[in-house]
Design a protein around this ligand. Structure first.
Ligand SMILES: *Cc1c(COP(=O)(O)O)cnc(C)c1O
Length: 386
């Protein structure tokens, strides 16, 4: 494609051709198309086998037991199941989360508030991280759940989930983390990490859209009340016929990401740094989250005196986004950057570049040049009007 360079891997990724192949083998009349819940014939047994193989692949990526994996339609549903499911199971209680969370956590928590539950909202530090000391201060005797994401979708900033989880353990609160951005990229070992619930999705790691999973710890036994009823699939936690092709795609995508993780993440980080080196030669460019550990592919930049939407339009060589795809329909500045203390103007000037598996050095150089030209031109235009 001679289109703009795709640098929006944090919004979604293409499906890896190897994953496409595995998925296609679960669709047609000569393929493994059966209903995994059909117990009376080979079609069903083979589909079930494929689903269970994928469950093991996802569990392996987390060093979990396959029985701890619940299939969902994506990370949004996994977040909803974790948050609403725990509150319903526990019959209510106090919840702690952060203002920099993805909408898939923010909105269920806001919904809980409307149902009469108490939620404490922690603001991130200027570097984007949630300070474990603030979680500690917010924990109460009646706190049932803490939900803090592993890595932020807009900035790529990585939270210290080991420290936060340890505090939750001490206080007897369950700890949920949204790992949609980090799974397959960062080490995530549930035998070492004190996490009880982990949300995953396939389409940020070269799997298909519309499938995800929730890790639910078995020891100690964590329970979530089902939010979708009908048929009692997934050990009564999530009903609905399992989409074999989607699930096989997620398993394959995660297995590939894990097998190639270190090599791929080093390559992606080098490309991302190459773009930053180009951008950093321009005056008035801020790297959001620069003082915190970040995911290898993310580069969230603010451009002093420039409107992000204008920059997005002028930047014809790159497909990027202002903040997250889920909120880009609105012209509001990013709530994540605002929570980090950025002034409205600077937050409104920000663009998120995200590099991934199919990005090349030539892509980066093309975008780097385009960015330099466009920023210089827009700055000159503003100066002439001033
Ligand atoms: C993409 C994303 C989601 C939503 O995942 P879906 O599978 O699209 O529902 C949730 N949380 C984070 C951090 C994300 O990046």
């Amino acid at each position: 494609m001679s289109q703009a360079v795709y640098l929006d891997y944090a919004a979604t990724t293409p499906v890896d051709p190897r994953v496409v192949k595995a998925m296609t083998a679960c669709l047609g009349p000569d393929d493994n198309f059966g209903n995994p819940a059909s117990r009376s014939h080979l079609y069903g047994w083979l589909a079930e086998e494929a689903v269970e193989n994928a469950r093991r692949q996802v569990a392996d990526a987390l060093n979990a037991d396959p029985r701890e994996i619940v299939w969902t339609s994506g990370a949004t549903e996994a977040d909803n199941l974790a948050i609403k499911g725990v509150l319903e199971q526990r019959g209510g209680g106090h919840v702690i989360t952060a203002t920099s969370e993805h909408k898939a956590v923010v909105d269920p928590c806001a919904w809980l508030e409307r149902q009469g539950h108490e939620v404490t909202w922690i603001a991130p530090e200027a570097d984007g991280r949630v300070d474990p000391a603030k979680v500690k201060a917010a924990l109460r005797e009646d706190t049932v759940l803490v939900s803090i994401m592993h890595a932020n979708n807009e900035t790529g900033v990585i939270n210290d989930i080991a420290a936060i989880g340890a505090l939750c353990r001490e206080h007897g609160a369950l700890f949920h983390t949204d790992a949609a951005q980090s799974a397959g990229k960062l080490p995530l070992d549930v035998r070492e990490l004190p996490v009880d619930l982990v949300s995953l999705c396939a389409h940020k790691i070269y799997g298909p859209k519309g499938v995800g999973a929730l890790y639910v710890r078995r020891h100690p036994d964590v329970r979530v009340a089902a939010q979708i009823h009908g048929g009692g699939h997934e050990r009564n936690m999530r009903s609905g016929t399992l989409p074999t092709h989607q699930i096989v795609g997620m398993g394959e995508a995660l297995a590939l990401a894990m097998a190639e993780r270190e090599e791929e993440q080093a390559r992606v980080a080098a490309l991302r740094d190459r773009l930053w080196e180009r951008a950093a030669t321009l005056p008035g460019v801020h790297l959001n989250g620069r003082d915190a550990p970040r995911l290898p592919g993310h580069l969230n930049l603010a451009f002093e005196g420039i409107d992000g939407e204008m920059l997005l339009t002028a930047l014809t060589e790159a497909a990027v986004s202002t903040g997250s795809a889920c909120t880009s329909a609105t012209l509001e500045p990013s709530y994540v950057l605002k929570a980090m203390g950025l002034a409205d103007d600077l937050a409104r000037s920000a663009l998120r570049f995200s590099v991934g598996r199919f990005t090349t050095e030539a892509d980066i150089d093309r975008v780097g040049q385009n960015l330099t030209e466009v920023v210089t031109r827009l700055r000159e235009a503003t100066r002439q009007h001033a």
